[in-house]
Design a protein around this ligand. Structure first.
Ligand code: KIV
Length: 287
């Protein structure tokens, strides 16, 4: 078994080949937005770290993901990259960073790569092909994202499960095949019925990474703040919360506040003591 210390940097070709139908282990992706959490998730052995535009609603206090731009994502990508993770770092291309044409999209993708991303992710199907092609032509790996695409929140009329009808499911399958044929190395499938994700997973030769897409995808992704119980919002059905760090953190800060108020902090061990000579000289000043 490979120890974590010996684990080599995860590469795009290795991820692109991870199909469970070929006997591969499921791909594990999770978000992170800063250096300490990038270290933690990397030490936990995830395959991919997604610097998601979900930083907007999970860290920056916005209502949706539409509020962050390339500079903000690049800032968080750089923080994650400074952890020097073995996991592949995927940067989300934020809303309006790839909607103005291939040249603009490529310039923005390059900003994210120069900030430390190994690959970029963008939302949408066949209509994104020219943009996907331009980014791939510059040797930047692209991850697709289909189904419930949060940057389309207004067009979709809310964040709701997609591809529930046969026509919409058929469109999604065409999108998945087109993105895979164009050269995307993996596809996120978000918020779709399990049978749709199963069909998409069977239809493409690159891994599908599900979030609210059932158990048959080639991998899974969750938002770190949901997994750790740091999110203050009610969790969607597909989230499994593995810890309640919000309660742990609040209790810790409340204990600190109580110690300060009762003068129990700082204690003797937490204090830099003056030498007797310094004490004497201060006392002699008589200030
Ligand atoms: O930004 C994000 O966290 C994402 C995941 C939900 C896939 O795009």
């Amino acid at each position: 078994m490979t120890t974590l210390e010996a684990r080599p940097k995860v590469g795009v070709p290795g991820i692109a080949a991870r199909k469970r139908r070929d006997g591969a282990d499921p791909v594990v992706m999770i978000t992170a937005y800063d250096t300490p959490f990038a270290r933690i998730v990397d030490d936990a052995g995830v395959d991919l770290i997604l610097v998601g535009d979900s930083v907007a609603d999970n860290v920056l206090g916005y209502e949706d993901t539409l509020q962050v731009d390339v500079a903000q994502i690049a800032h968080h990508v750089a923080a994650v990259a400074r952890a020097r993770p073995r996991a592949l770092v995927v940067a989300d291309m934020p809303w309006m960073s790839y909607h103005l044409g291939p040249a603009d999209a490529l310039r923005n993708a390059a900003v994210l790569v120069r900030a430390g991303a190994d690959a970029v992710k963008l939302e949408g199907g066949r209509r994104r092909l020219p943009v996907v092609q331009a980014i791939l032509d510059a040797e930047i790996p692209v991850m697709g994202h289909l189904g419930l695409t949060p940057q389309s929140v207004h067009a979709l009329g809310g964040l709701r499960v997609q591809a529930r009808e046969p026509e919409a499911a058929a469109e999604l399958l065409l999108d998945a095949k087109a993105l895979a044929a164009a050269g995307c190395f993996a596809l996120v499938l978000e918020g779709v019925p399990d049978a749709v994700a199963t069909a998409a997973t069977g239809a493409v030769d690159v891994p599908t990474i599900g979030i609210g897409a059932g158990a048959d995808c080639d991998g899974q992704v969750l938002v770190l703040h949901d997994v750790l119980g740091l999110s203050t919002r009610p969790s969607p059905k597909f989230v499994r919360r593995y810890a309640d760090l919000a309660t742990i953190a609040r209790d810790a800060v409340a204990a600190y506040a109580a110690d300060v108020r009762s003068s129990a902090f700082p204690g003797d061990d937490e204090t830099y003591h003056a030498s007797p000579a310094l004490r004497d000289s201060l006392a002699a000043r008589g200030d």
